[in-house]
Design a protein around this ligand. Structure first.
Ligand SMILES: *[C@@H]1O[C@H](CO)[C@@H](O)[C@H](O)[C@H]1NC(C)=O
Ligand SMILES: *[C@@H]1O[C@H](CO)[C@@H](O)[C@H](O)[C@H]1NC(C)=O
Length: 547
């Protein structure tokens, strides 16, 4: 592939055409072929139809190095449309690859699509998942690890092994049935259990050698509940959160909200035996718990003793922990310069947006809203409608920057924003449940958590020095969370609740980050292989005209 690239690079015109695919020649390629099928899985002991990738549940791990080009050919052998989305991948200049229905047409049954993704200027731990309907409830997810380039210092010694932990709630009910329940105006039932890497109670084993240190990358891939993660008898040293190297605090347990990812180092410094790896539900009246096994090599003694308890409904300890998670200002991120050289807190936001969530009944059915608007998907992906100037699919400004009060309504909500704006976003949660918000295409600085109604005076409590940059943040019950975000990535980006019923029933919107420039420096043109559907059917993805 290198040779091909060098040849391409020798010709400016060809390299522009190559950019047209949204990849960069100078950086290595990784080619993946995924066959997506249904298959029988028994995660909680009963047979279910799971979504498998190359026969696996969870799906295969993606390993990449900063700036790698991932060429992922997805073959859809389900009997329904499919899109794979990438939680946390930034797709710089390339929202064409995001894999949500606002930007991509679904891959129809028996068809294929090749995603071309550069993990530009990223490191860290993320995951992918199927984004349509409630397919995520059937699997189809897997871990993504983006390693630092060899010459960039990582602020801890290489661990003896690097484990992916995909944990979260699980339902025995088929995903199509869950979707029908939601569409009929109902709510999801309480989850039937929790899984760790697709397995139930003691179903998965992590093997370690005494004295060595291991990295665990834990993501909450569930649909509806925050989780707490802990390992019996062991401390966890937090080192990374969604691409940010953190101050290396020790924790005995860690709260992981929907859609979030954390990396911890664990040293096997206890007597040789087996220990429980525990995941329990957080902020639920009834507490669900599951375990995996931390197995010391040569251990003769299985897991024993009570499963260590974790926090349950207490909010204060979770808030305290959230505030303790800070950026290591001297560590490098994807580049060798220290993370702290970007002084996010010294830049004054030019705009404030407040997003308030609520759970109204609209037309007799349960819906979820942001600023009184419950998102409804149009017949044509927004990104395509925007590109082809197809009228009537959406209009920019279908949602206000502040909660307007008044009745909730259905709308295809797209908020406009200018490229290079620096924005303060406040997620205001006046409901009694914890929320989790995610923004595609970006990482943002979580500057503050507070209780009650956010006001301008709340800014006095912001951390403007060393909070982490991440892509998913929790908002505590009757509380707010404030973030700063630099809108440096042109495109149509999904802002959504990571609670999958809320997301499905309208608690999401798109942010159209716009520039009038048509430069490749700002955004790649539509990929040649883009799927076209709805009112974009039959249009042409023309090659770039060189002037
Ligand atoms: C993948 O899809 C494209 C059309 O999008 C088609 O031309 C190609 O033949 C397909 N590949 C296979 C192996 O089916
Ligand atoms: C921050 O990272 C540096 C490496 O650049 C490391 O030496 C230091 O221990 C880290 N500090 C903390 C508090 O984790």
């Amino acid at each position: 592939m290198r040779a091909c690239c060098n040849i391409l690079l020798s010709s400016l015109i060809l390299s522009v055409i190559f950019l047209f695919h949204g990849v960069n020649c100078e950086d290595p390629y990784r080619f993946l072929t995924w066959k997506v099928t249904y298959g029988d899985i028994y995660p909680l002991g009963v047979k279910q139809e799971g979504i498998l990738i190359n026969g696996q549940f969870p799906g295969p791990q993606i390993d990449a190095v900063t700036n790698d080009n991932l060429i992922i050919s997805v073959y859809n052998y389900l009997k329904e449309p499919l899109l794979i989305s990438w939680n946390g991948l930034q797709h710089r200049r390339n929202s064409w690859q995001d894999g949500v229905f606002g930007t991509n047409c679904p891959i129809l049954p028996e068809r294929n699509f090749t995603y071309t993704i550069q993990v530009k200027d990223q490191i860290g731990s993320f995951f992918y998942f199927p984004s349509l309907g409630m397919q995520k409830a059937a699997g189809g997810f897997g871990g993504i690890r983006i390693w630092s380039r060899p010459k960039i210092p990582v602020p801890f010694p290489p661990p003896a092994n690097d484990f992916t932990v995909l944990a979260g709630d699980w339902f025995k009910t088929d995903h199509r049935r869950l979707r029908r329940i939601l569409e009929n105006g109902g709510n999801l039932p309480f989850p039937d259990g929790l899984l760790i890497n697709g397995r139930g109670w003691n179903g998965y084993t992590f093997t370690v050698d005494q004295g060595k240190t291991y990295r665990f990358r834990i993501s909450n891939v569930g649909l509806s509940t925050s989780i707490n993660f802990r390992i019996q008898g062991h401390k966890m040293k937090l080192v990374e959160v969604e691409g940010s190297h953190t101050v290396q605090n020790l924790y005995s347990s860690l709260d992981i909200h929907l859609g979030q990812s954390y990396s911890v180092l664990v040293t096997a410094d206890q007597p040789v035996q087996d220990y429980y790896v525990v995941v329990s539900s957080r902020f639920t009246g009834r507490v669900l718990t599951t375990t995996a096994i931390l197995h010391y090599s040569y251990s003769q003694k299985g897991v024993s003793g009570p499963v260590p308890p974790g926090p349950t409904i207490d909010i204060i300890s979770s808030l305290y922990q959230a505030r303790s998670i800070r950026w290591n200002l001297t560590a490098s991120g994807p580049r060798p310069n220290p993370q702290g050289s970007y002084h996010y807190g010294m830049i004054k936001p030019s705009r404030t947006i407040v997003f308030a969530n609520s759970a109204p009944i609209i037309n007799g059915k349960q819906r979820y809203t942001v600023n009184s608007v419950s998102y409804v998907a149009p017949d044509t992906p927004l990104k395509l409608a925007d590109y082809f100037n197809i009228p009537g699919v959406f209009y920019v400004g279908g949602i206000q920057s502040y909660p307007p009060g008044g009745n909730a309504y259905l709308q295809t909500s797209v908020m406009g924003a200018n490229f290079h704006e620096y924005v303060e976003i406040v997620f205001q949660n006046l409901e009694n449940s914890v929320q989790s918000w995610h923004i595609d295409g970006y990482s943002f600085f979580v500057v503050g958590f507070g209780s009650g109604q956010w006001t301008q005076a709340s800014r006095a409590g912001y951390n403007l020095r060393d909070t982490v940059a991440r892509c998913t943040t929790q908002v505590y019950p009757r509380s707010w969370t404030a973030i700063y975000i630099a809108l440096d990535n042109v495109g149509m980006w999904n802002i959504r609740s990571e609670n999958w019923a809320r997301q499905y029933l309208g608690q999401q919107l798109y942010l159209r980050v716009y520039t009038s420039s048509k430069s490749l420096r700002d955004e790649y043109p539509i990929p040649k292989n883009a799927l076209l559907c709805g009112r974009a059917s039959g249009r042409r993805t023309r090659p770039l005209k060189l002037r």
